[in-house]
Design a protein around this ligand. Sequence first.
Ligand code: ATP
Length: 354
Amino acid sequence: MAEIVIRNLRKEFGDFTAVQSSSFKIEDGEFFMLLGPSGCGKTTTLRMIAGLELPTDGEIYIDGEEVGRQPASKRDIAFVFQMFALYPHMNVRKNISYPLVSQGMPKHQVQEKVAEVAQILGITKILDRPVGGLSGGDRQRVALGRAIVRDPKAFMMDEPLGALDAEFREHMAEELRALHDRMGATTVYVTHDQLEAMQMGDKIVVMNHGVIEQFGTPQDIYDKPATMFVADFIGSPSMNFLRFHGQVLAGSTSVSIHHDEISVPRLQEPFEGDMVFGIRPEHIALTDTGTYRGEVLAAEYLGTTQIVTLKTANGELKARIPSGQPVRVGEYVGLDFNGATVTLFDNQSGRALK
Ligand code: ATP
């Protein structure tokens, strides 16, 4: 069990800064996601926590002890890679036992421990099989077995499901989360897949170009994106952005877009300039009465819902509506926005207005 605190952590490779000064806290027992597009610095952050990369600056505390310059072997952290390397000449049992045997644990204890782990992972029946002929899922379970067998303080996982096909990946994600819930060990998990992060994580750090854009629960990040980058990266289809020039007064609960007063959550600070009105597709309703109008460009049937693409005076947007509601391409419809769910952004900084 471990609480991990990251303070002003930074990493440079030559004159390139891969991770800008970052701070966040991972609570004991949390399933914690590092999420962002390729090259944003997730893996580098994870490797610094694990002790595989030396920070340029900043501190890493594990259970209150600063470990940023300690070797990986002193940190008691298990690392699970995407390209999990199993020892091909050993069977499943030997692969899982290996970390304990190399620690010098007595044989009977090793056997007990391996049996316990195999039971947790549901691989008791394949313990004596060679790893060569195993399915992708079983290989992953063996790799996990080897990681959990020595009861580390925390797990670091770098896209562990990345090599699996979509359907199986979802199944393994559920299995991994269930395993975490049973064991309760602090887990830091790197992924570029927003759905995986939302489904599995207790908390998420969203990174972009080495910078933390937002840190919070999946719900916080979905409902209250701190930046346009986060709003766009999370959710599918992603949040709609309507650009307009305008003014909001402190305490105001509406904005004027294209001659229409549209309600928004109360703003604490006044703002005038180029703004972006952000709304998720499921928070738009198509009505006969709405005065803000759009032309239906397309409708995509998805079973219980349909995604309707509309052209408005401020740009295109997508609405997710019940598939039973009739829409015709080419017709003009009124749009109703659920004001409580709107996020307004400063177009220049990309940050949400407060
Ligand atoms: P991916 O999912 O593609 O691995 P990532 O978010 O994990 O992306 P990192 O692997 O942390 O990103 O890399 C961040 C940036 O740092 C990238 O631009 C990468 O090229 C660079 N980088 C990583 N390791 C090194 C290194 N050893 N030397 C130089 N540059 C590096």
